[in-house]
Design a protein. Structure first.
Length: 246
């Protein structure tokens, strides 16, 4: 998958569903669009730090026109990008002891809406950890992933935004934990998407043996300055070959 989304406007052309072949590369670096280099990428319209332009690119890449896009965080930018791309935005609402998918801002006959929701969600977006939780627990996360998987179409995708903090010494990384939980819930690990927040430097002194030792790290309050965020994509189906290799 192409990692550079430097296009002049939000794309609207149809996009194929990503190839679920296990031979696909697991990492796709998301570069900063060239026309956005002078504009701050993190703003009030960002979804968990992901700017609206690249968010729209992801929605277009993982869905087709007429698909349902479910955002667990009910972020207005997701709804606007989804409508712009001629998809149907949806949220999860309580329904007695369970929950159900409800389309938002859609004018259609009840039977049309029922058909759209009954066939399942094509793309589900979720920031981690979920509101109300201060950490990622494997059991709770697996249970949540299992519930989300049941909402997806057979060819649907789950897109998660990982927490920004780094793991403490001796702890399992959030990425490994989320991948483990997703696989235990029956989801297929599709791709890791590091998304750059700042332009890459022309030169990096820390990679040069002659200057690495004398180059001080860039720190903010004693921590490395964040230069990227991590997204993980999972598919709702697993191929026979992937199941055999799991």
């Amino acid at each position: 998958m192409s990692a550079d989304v430097a296009t002049p406007s939000m794309p609207q052309t149809p996009q194929h569903t990503p190839d679920p072949s296990p031979e696909r590369p697991r990492v796709g670096l998301f570069l900063i669009p060239t026309h956005r280099r002078r504009v701050p990428l993190v703003d009030a319209d960002a979804w968990h730090g992901l700017d609206p332009h690249r968010l729209a690119w992801l929605i277009r890449h993982y869905t087709r026109p007429g698909d349902v896009v479910l955002d667990l965080d009910m972020h207005p930018t997701v709804a606007r990008a989804t409508c712009y791309l001629h998809r149907y935005p949806a949220i999860l609402v309580p329904d007695g002891d369970a929950t159900r998918v409800r389309l938002t801002g859609v004018r259609a006959r009840p039977e049309r809406i029922r058909r759209l929701t009954d066939r399942g969600v094509s793309l589900l977006l979720a920031g981690l950890p979920r509101p109300g939780g201060d950490r990622l627990g494997l059991r709770a996360l697996t249970d949540a992933m299992d519930q989300w998987r049941r909402l997806l179409r057979p060819d649907g995708f789950l897109l998660t935004r990982l927490p920004a903090q780094s793991p403490q010494p001796g702890q399992v990384s959030a990425r490994s934990l989320v991948i483990t939980a997703a696989r235990a819930a029956g989801l297929r690990y599709h791709q890791h998407l590091p998304v750059l927040l700042v332009p890459l430097p022309e030169t990096e002194p820390r990679t040069d043996p002659a200057t690495a030792a004398g180059t001080r790290p860039a720190l903010l309050d004693g921590r490395h300055i964040p230069v990227h965020l991590d997204l993980l994509a999972f598919g709702s189906t697993t191929t026979d070959q992937e199941a055999a290799n799991a």
